[in-house]
Design a protein around this ligand. Structure first.
Ligand code: MN
Length: 459
């Protein structure tokens, strides 16, 4: 089976050029002068990008008080419609004391046969002993799960001693440690105090998780990684200028094996959304939305190449029911928001079309670098001979309005309701096959393949 994508403007992280793209048996073959193919797709006037890679989703996440409303089917249909052809999902915690294998098996049960885009998993560590560390190495070898998440807050947080054990082993094994960086003491102090004082409206949520909590934890993670022999670490969902300063400090000090991710919500939304006690529940997430100055700093960091990726932290709940658990008390609100479908459109419209980042930078942050971080590059995230033919054809001129109604996930809201968007994902190919056409999903449940990942480029 051969397909020619003709007349488009091809975008890679290095360049933008006119060309035809030949696909054979699901792989990119090259840029032929002429070709006689089974199928021809006319991309005249359109941009042709690598399928986007989202390395931070939470499909079917069970957080105890609620379960994310998208499973691996609906969540990946939403991803596909937004131009994302690969996800690497962050697992929920398993039962107390379980081996890391427990959730690996559980997530295969949830995803296999359901996902419609290619998928991998980050492992999760919720306690540390010798057998957990051995399991981590074994899971990396057997399953191609070459990254593991640790939390510096929540019930299953790891303390500094545990982190040293994990990081030292990760450095030896070439495993990437992804970290949720917030100082647990600061957050717990404010949450307990605000509940005691009756300050339980949504507007107290960002105050309870101050920028200092993120910056301190980012700083500590980076120092611990360095002390553990330059262990490879990855800061997920960086949200503050203060946290960014710690990234800059480490880089200036010569530390190299680390990366940092931000998300569209930290670039485009801010804590003003918490002013309304009802509407504010939609944006209850951790870390919280920040200030305009933080948004500006994160955009500037993307423009300057100081961050590595833009992921989503897609973790959707319904506003009508699930989010209402926090109506009287923000600490009881399930934490998270949808975003997997919105990401590429937002980055194009608010980033490229508004001149904050370039087209190649869009590909770098949404496609190539996430694939590198996940150990999937250049099979994913690249337009080059031999890569999987995962492609997005985007109409750069089409304008539309972002609404929950247009989104394909199960949530009943989007944090970007009513936002005017320039640029529309028109067609999406997964391994050479069209799975989204004119904005409609035409793929099939279970077409996504499990990805055994190689070593992260950061490791
Ligand atoms: Mn997350």
């Amino acid at each position: 089976m051969t397909t020619l994508i003709r007349g488009g403007t091809i975008v890679t992280e290095d360049k933008v050029f006119q060309g035809d793209l030949l696909i054979r048996d699901g792989k990119i073959e090259g840029f032929p002068a002429q070709a006689d193919t089974d199928e021809v797709i006319d991309a005249t006037g359109k941009l042709v990008l690598p399928g986007a890679v989202d390395v931070h989703t939470h499909m079917d996440l069970d957080v105890g008080i609620a379960r994310a409303i998208d499973d691996f089917y609906t969540g990946t249909v939403a991803a596909a419609c937004g131009g994302t052809t690969t996800i690497v999902d962050h697992m929920a915690f398993g039962p107390k004391g379980c081996s890391p294998w427990h959730q690996v098996k559980e997530y295969h049960r949830l995803a296999d046969g359901n996902a419609v885009v290619d998928y991998g998993f980050h492992g999760v560590l919720q306690h540390v002993d010798d057998s957990v560390l051995d399991d981590m190495a074994q899971i990396a070898a057997d399953e191609g799960i070459t990254s593991f998440k640790i939390y510096m807050t929540y019930d299953y947080r790891l303390d500094d001693l545990d982190l040293m054990k994990v990081l030292t082993r990760a450095a030896d094994e070439g495993i990437l440690i992804a970290a949720h960086c917030e100082n647990h003491g600061m957050v717990t102090y404010y949450r307990e105090r605000f509940v005691r004082e009756g300050r339980t409206q949504a507007r107290w949520h960002p105050v309870s998780r101050p920028a200092e909590a993120e910056a301190e934890a980012v700083s500590r993670l980076l120092y611990l990684a360095r002390a553990a022999g330059e262990a490879p670490v990855y800061v997920v969902h960086l949200s503050t200028r203060a946290g960014l300063e710690e990234i800059r400090r480490a880089r200036a000090a010569g530390q190299r094996r680390f990366g940092a991710e931000t998300c569209p919500q930290y670039l485009l939304l801010d804590e003003a959304l918490y002013a309304d006690p009802r509407e504010g529940l939609k944006a209850i997430m951790a870390p919280p939305l920040r200030r305009q100055a933080d948004r500006d700093a994160l955009w500037a960091a993307l423009a300057a190449g100081e961050l590595d990726t833009v992921a989503t932290d897609h973790c959707p709940f319904t506003f009508a029911r699930q989010k209402q658990q926090g109506a009287q008390d923000f600490t009881k609100c399930p934490s998270g928001a949808p975003g997997v479908e919105e990401r590429l459109a937002l980055l194009y419209s608010e980033g490229v079309a508004k001149g904050r980042i370039t087209l190649p930078q869009l590909v770098k942050y949404a496609c190539a670098n996430p694939a590198r971080v996940a150990g999937l590059y250049p099979r994913k995230g690249a337009i080059e001979a031999g890569a999987d033919a995962d492609l997005v054809i985007l109409d750069p001129e089409k304008t539309w309005t972002l609404t929950a109604q247009r989104m394909h996930g199960n949530s009943d809201y989007t944090c970007y309701e009513g936002m005017p968007i320039k640029g529309m994902v028109e067609r999406v190919l997964l391994r050479g096959r069209t799975i989204v056409c004119d904005g409609s999903f035409i793929g099939a449940r279970g077409d996504g393949r499990y990805l055994r990942r190689g070593k992260s480029a950061l490791a």
